[in-house]
Design a protein around this ligand. Sequence first.
Ligand code: ZN
Length: 420
Amino acid sequence: MRHSIHRFSDRSGYPLQWQTMKLCVLALLFVAHTSCQANGKRTQQEPADSTLNAQHSSLNSQPSTLNLIIAGDLMQHGPQIKAAFERGQNQARLNTTDYKTGNGTYNYDECFASVKDEIERADVAIANFEVTLGGKPYTGYPQFRAPDEYLQACIDAGFDILLTANNHCVDSRRKGLERTIAMMDSLGVPHLGTYINSNVREDTYPFLLEKNGIRVVLLNFTYGTNGLPVEEPNVVNLIDTVQIRADLEKAKAMQPDVIIALPHWGIEYQQLPSPQQRELAHWLISNGVDHVIGGHPHVAQPLELSPDSLHLVAWSMGNVISNQSKPNTYGGYMVKMELTKKQSAQQGGHADTKLTDCSYMLYWVSRPSDSNNRHNYRILPIDVPDSVLTGMEQKNRHAIRASMRRLMERHGQGVKEYLW
Ligand SMILES: [Zn+2]
């Protein structure tokens, strides 16, 4: 199927209905499926480069696996900053009450405690960092400037790679974009999506993740920046199919085993993908992307796996953590993917990398209060026992669990829930 190439954002008025787009995606998956039957599986020639050959030959015929976890949006609203400040203040026994500028520490220990082990179990865990680290004063919605401790908390939770192309990445303008990157660099956490200038982008993007002998290219881009300008010389990856096509050409030259696109897209609070999401997913897959794992709508949207397992699309994973309380916003899922690379027995033969397992882990965010009426935020597995929850927490959990499972049952395709 051919596509005219121009900026995706210019195509918002494209007169395609949802059903039409769904048919297009299904047709694409069918084409992929039939071509898979013809080829057996996705294969690629080993690179001629001697270093890579030496590296790959060490695999011999033993398959290698890479387990990924990909999570949604790490948000940080004002009440979360206040809660972290109060927790830190309690520890440090300080009396200041101004959580925006106070000198106390910000303590997020409880936020990720119940999910940390599972996240760390993955070889690599990826999430979208949807705040800026612009320094004090800290602010929540609508323009996020989070405490630096929040980044450390996300790293301590087990996230290894952070995405920064989202609609909030210039909330504290150039200073915030650059300081966020500097903080990530100083803590040694790789990131992709925003850049201090085009030279750095050229040197580091597309992002190549190489682990366990498997090479994965990651792409990350956003529909926009909430109308705020990106100040020169900063660069934010946008949904621009001209640019993405050029990036894909560069990505393919890296000889990856898998290409995963991580778009920031969709319509807030909609549980089903928009026609524009379907159109872009279709375009990405037809241009060489293997899997598309998205975020931004603040609610979970379903996952679809093609019958041959060649293409996984997770439309939206929802918030990882936030102060949002509208229906379906205080929970979501993390995607688990197992990639397996099998080397041909013949030296210099083909390497096949398949998605050998994938599932999703549902979770929700509880906001318990302590005896001093201080709130906190805790991400919990969706089936955490009632016995550890208050009556109100049980009610909230029941609502979001029922809603997300109903959504997956009605609209999910081919991906099972991981019970944890
Ligand atoms: Zn967003």
